[in-house]
Design a protein around this ligand. Structure first.
Ligand code: ADP
Length: 241
């Protein structure tokens, strides 16, 4: 579903990703862990085409992201992202937030989009909050709306960038539990940047440990957390666990 092929990303002279190669299978749930500044968010931003590679290529479902802006529209529809800061439209209610893109980008009727939005709100535990505005919701509720909004676009790939980092500790579990349900019940390919090691261990098929723009180690969670092979992974886990 996703292929990074010798990807280099530089900001000025600073090499952020250094000849990076990896693939993610359709339906696979992969978490990216590693120290701050190791390039994890940059990987998600490249996939969202918010940044361009300096060299190399990224393929999503076989389509290169090194294309003209016009041709990227179709690839973009396959990929949804949930951000640390929710990024909901503050002037729209919950239903408006979820139905905006399905109506205007996918061309769904208002009825169809609203029916689907209600199903998704049920899935994220927010039945009955259709008409609330983001400012009336807790951070955890806002993040669950953002997850429903992402799913409303029927993405093949879902990118999650530290989606619980901005939340008060008591709100984290509700959000993680919704994501756990999505991970087990859908065949959406998920790429997850997280500092929640327990969550990474539970949901991922594979964990990639990043260090300075390279993959220091990759493996199934039981192996990577239980019996890490690289010194960098051991040091990192010692510091965060
Ligand atoms: P991580 O998500 O692992 O914390 P990032 O991908 O956010 O790492 O950042 C990797 C490196 O790239 C950091 O050193 C960061 O300062 C740098 N960086 C990220 N975005 C930019 C940018 N737009 N301009 C300059 N440097 C950037």
């Amino acid at each position: 579903m996703i292929r990074f092929d010798h990807v280099v990303k530089k900001f000025g002279d600073h090499v952020v990703l250094d000849e990076l190669d990896f693939t993610v299978d359709r339906g696979e749930k992969v978490t990216l862990i590693g120290p701050s500044g190791s390039g994890k968010t940059t990987i998600l931003r490249l996939l969202m085409t918010l940044e361009k590679v300096t060299a190399g290529d990224i393929l999503v479902a076989g389509e290169s992201l090194n294309q003209k802006e016009r041709s990227l529209r179709e690839v973009r529809k396959r990929i949804g992202m949930v951000f640390q800061q929710f990024n909901l439209f503050p002037n729209m209610d919950v239903l408006g937030n979820i139905t905006e893109a399905p109506i205007h980008v996918l061309g769904q009727s208002r009825d169809e989009a609203q029916t689907r939005a209600r199903e998704l709100l049920d899935m994220v535990g927010l039945t009955g909050r259709e008409n609330a505005h983001p400012s009336q919701l807790s951070g955890g509720q806002q993040q669950r709306v953002a997850i429903a909004r992402c799913l409303a676009m029927n993405p093949q790939v879902m990118l999650l960038d530290e989606v619980t980092s901005a939340l008060d500790p008591e709100l984290v579990d509700d959000v993680l539990s919704v994501l756990r349900d999505i991970a087990v019940s859908t065949d959406i390919t998920m790429l997850i940047v997280t500092h929640e090691m327990r969550f990474a261990r539970e949901v991922s098929d594979r964990v990639l440990m990043f260090d300075a723009g390279r993959i220091a180690e990759s493996g199934p969670p039981e192996q990577l957390f239980g019996d890490p092979r690289s010194d960098r992974t051991r040091e990192f886990l010692r510091a965060v666990l």
